[in-house]
Design a protein around this ligand. Structure first.
Ligand SMILES: Cc1cc2nc3c(=O)[nH]c(=O)nc-3n(C[C@H](O)[C@H](O)[C@H](O)COP(=O)(O)O)c2cc1C
Ligand code: SF4
Length: 503
């Protein structure tokens, strides 16, 4: 790395805000003035509210991050003009393990990854640890799946490893269909090699010679960068005969993120879930033992192997959105409170409004009212509150948001995304949505609330896959904490937030 540099966040968020124009202008300027400076593309630093964002280091000065620059401002910064109002710092409450390289290295350069301990972990796994000890380190770390269900990663790997089979597979689930969630996209765009290395280690531990990335087609930049990274690994002999990787594209169906539907989709069939057992670890892709792990889960793996599982502090990346000053990606130790995330990192609620609740876990999650903000964010505590950690969507609601309206939004999403294979979900989601629409239009009666609850219960018990089993969660959690507001809609024709009745 040259002594002088400008790093520009060039993930989808930065590019959407105009980062490519800033990048090109800086390249041209540096060339024209013959400056001794490296102009470097990097991934997203997580501060999506501040894009386009640049980090500048000149001489022996400490690097400085500037927010919301345009090409003129960026050039003036290189001409030594000072913009104190644009200087920002990374929040020290965050702990970056998964996002360790995002915003730091060039995601399109394998050399950058190698300079940052890249592909040292797979080397250590093979030459020092061996398969069993590799899984042992993952067990010691306490790593659990970040794709939603929180299943212990070591146990899934062990179950697959124990099966005697000629062919096994590892799949990286990059489908990320939850509305509001985009951490997996950002990891794939900002640090694709770390996920590839995680897949190599998983593949080695379970005995798989082939792996697939399943990435939604709506993520073209992620697909491009992962493909580039795979090609670079081929060129260097890191992928090839013993273990190889390929990309398969999803076509925007939420249900294709469910592991059995995802497998069907890769097999070229319609993306329908099937009953489990058998679990994919025993009988997966083309009937062979298959481990499916989420992008974020896999990005943790090289770090754990390099640094040891014993002292590993589990983190979670959240996509913090909604009524929040600083929206973006936040990586915090598990156990950080909702209040710390929202107030200390997210900067609190804009426009002098009051916080009302926070929605976590997307369409499978729940609405947690402000009284519980002191609760730590962990798999267990969020479940106790009637929500889930899920994949990491976190939407902040203020007093202008209505719980009935939010429940209706997620239910509509599930109506559209239900694959229709089983009737509890196909009919249940439509019926839930029908009743919620009635409530929000002031046309519901007293008997509709108990019916809503009965429907939710039936769906939880009888649906075939996680989509239908968890689709009632936004409804049930909003009823648990905001039943008085539901009743106001029904009995008084009143929506405190002013959201309903006119739609
Ligand atoms: C409807 C539905 C959608 C899902 N979508 C995703 C997804 O986009 N990404 C993901 O990693 N897991 C998703 N999952 C969870 C996967 O089925 C699976 O549990 C996960 O990929 C396993 O990886 P992990 O153990 O590393 O979390 C979804 C589950 C359901 C029921
Ligand atoms: S629960 Fe819903 S998404 Fe899952 S199989 Fe049944 S209809 Fe399809």
């Amino acid at each position: 790395m040259a002594k002088n540099y400008v790093k520009i966040g060039m993930s989808s968020c930065g590019i959407a805000a105009g980062a490519d124009e800033v990048y090109q202008a800086l390249l041209d300027f540096a060339k024209e003035k013959n400056l001794d400076i490296e102009i470097k593309k990097v991934g997203c630093l997580g501060m999506c509210w501040a894009e386009p964002l640049i980090e500048v280091k000149i001489g022996d000065e400490k690097p400085v991050i500037y927010r919301n620059v345009n090409k003129d401002i960026a050039i003036k910064i290189l001409e030594n003009e000072v913009f104190p109002e644009l200087k920002i710092k990374e929040n020290p409450k965050q702990k970056k393990i998964v996002l360790r390289n995002c915003g730091k290295i060039d995601p399109e350069s394998i050399e950058d990854y190698l300079e940052n301990q890249g592909y040292q972990a797979i080397k250590k796994a093979i030459s020092e640890l061996g398969k069993e000890k590799t899984i042992e380190e993952i067990k010691k770390s306490g790593l659990r799946g970040r794709g939603g269900a929180g299943f212990p990663t070591w146990l899934k790997w062990t179950n697959c490893r124990k099966v005697n089979a000629e062919q096994k597979y590892i799949i990286c689930n990059g489908d990320e269909g939850d509305p509001g969630a985009y951490m997996d996209r950002s990891i794939l765009e900002g640090d694709p090699h770390s996920v590839i290395e995680g897949m190599m280690i998983a593949g080695y531990a379970i005995g798989a010679s082939k792996g697939y990335f399943y990435i939604r087609a709506e993520y073209p930049l992620a697909v491009e960068r992962v493909q580039k990274a795979i090609d670079q690994c081929h060129d260097r002999g890191l992928l090839g005969d013993d273990f190889d990787l390929e990309i398969r594209l999803g076509a925007g169906a939420f249900v294709c993120g469910e592991e059995t539907a995802l497998i069907a989709s890769i097999e070229g069939k319609r993306g329908y879930p099937r009953p489990r057992p058998p679990y994919p670890a025993i009988k997966g892709l083309w009937g062979n033992p298959t481990v499916i792990n989420n992008v974020e889960t896999l990005a943790n793996v090289p770090y754990i192997i390099l640094n040891g599982g014993e002292d590993f502090e589990n983190t979670k990346v959240f996509a913090l959105t909604g009524k929040i000053k600083y929206s973006g990606l936040v990586e915090v130790p598990i156990g950080t409170t909702l209040k710390e995330i929202i107030e200390d990192i997210g900067g609190g609620i804009p426009n002098n409004k009051q916080i009302k609740a926070v929605q976590t876990g997307g369409p499978s999650g729940g609405i947690i009212p402000k009284e519980y903000l002191a609760h730590p964010v962990s798999y267990e505590s969020l479940e106790e509150l009637g929500s889930i950690m899920g994949s990491g969507g976190m939407i902040v609601m203020d007093e202008d948001d209505c719980p009935v309206d939010v429940a209706k939004f997620f239910t509509k999403f599930c109506v559209e995304e239900s694959c229709g294979k089983c009737s509890p979900c196909r009919i249940g989601t439509s019926q839930l949505h029908r009743i919620l629409k009635k409530i929000s239009k002031g046309k519901a009666r007293d008997k509709d609330l108990p019916q809503l609850k009965r429907l939710c219960f039936a769906m939880q018990q009888a649906s075939l896959c996680g989509l239908g089993q968890t689709a009632p969660n936004p409804v049930l959690s909003s009823l648990r904490y905001f039943e008085d507001e539901y009743k106001e809609h029904i009995k008084e024709g009143k929506c405190r937030a002013g959201k309903c009745f006119n739609k």
